[in-house]
Design a protein around this ligand. Structure first.
Ligand SMILES: O=C(O)COP(=O)(O)O
Ligand SMILES: [Mg+2]
Length: 226
């Protein structure tokens, strides 16, 4: 069976640690006709701008699956879990000095600078009965609903494209990619991956960042799987 599409994370997978694009990955993604879906914890306009500049389609997953866009210049599908994230933020902001990232654009989750005690914050939310999760992607800390993730996003995207999630190859680096690699037909973890990706990846690249993404794609190509 050949895979029919690729869902690829942005930060740490097609970028370096400083978030600049790794052109090795971009060359690899552009060098074949398989549709590419960007899947990110970033806001929608960031994902769309990246898709335009890289030269891939406007179907994207943003805000860790909280938002799925059916294409450029379309109305996005936005989940409705912000209220509990906001309540969790209100509680935590009484205990820590928190800095929100992109608050004017975020619609489904609250994203914070990585400068507070994550374990303590998790414990406080747990003690107060919150059901939100707090994840650290190494780029930012996200307060998000447990109901949406890049895996639920990929299921929606597959439906929009008339495909099955198992038709996708998914490529990622971080804990926010776990569910996406789980629901995809084939999961690639780049060399700088979080340990959580080890058990869900079908192929773990030796090389980090974009070179690792290109390595995974070359592995599949070599076996005529894409
Ligand atoms: O938003 C983040 O924290 C990381 O973004 P990513 O999902 O593109 O790696
Ligand atoms: Mg990432």
């Amino acid at each position: 069976m050949k895979f029919k599409a690729i869902a690829v994370d942005i930060d740490g997978t097609i970028t370096f640690r400083d978030r600049s694009l790794d052109l090795v990955a971009i060359d690899s993604l552009r060098s074949h006709d398989v549709p590419v879906v960007l899947s990110t914890g970033n806001i929608l306009c960031y994902a769309h701008a990246a898709a335009r500049l890289i030269g891939v389609g406007g179907i994207v997953i943003a805000e860790n699956g909280g938002i799925v866009s059916p294409g450029f210049d379309t109305v996005p599908i936005v989940s409705e879990y912000m209220i509990e994230c906001q309540q969790a933020f209100d509680l935590l902001s009484g205990k820590f000095e928190l800095t929100k990232l992109d608050p004017e654009h975020r619609k489904t989750e609250i994203v914070l600078r990585r400068n507070f005690d994550l374990e303590l914050a998790r414990q406080i939310l747990y003690d107060h009965g919150f059901n939100v999760e707090i994840i650290d992607t190494h780029f930012a800390i996200h307060i998000k609903s447990r109901e949406v993730n890049k895996g639920t996003g990929l299921i929606k995207v597959a439906e929009l494209m008339g495909l099955k999630p198992k038709d996708f190859v998914a490529i990622g680096d971080s804990v926010n990619d776990v569910e996406m690699l789980e629901v995809a037909g084939f999961g690639i973890a780049v060399g700088n991956r979080d340990p959580e990706l080890r058990s869900v990846a079908d192929y773990t690249a030796t090389l980090p960042y974009g070179a690792g993404a290109a390595e995974g794609i070359a592995y599949l190509r070599g076996r005529s799987l894409i």
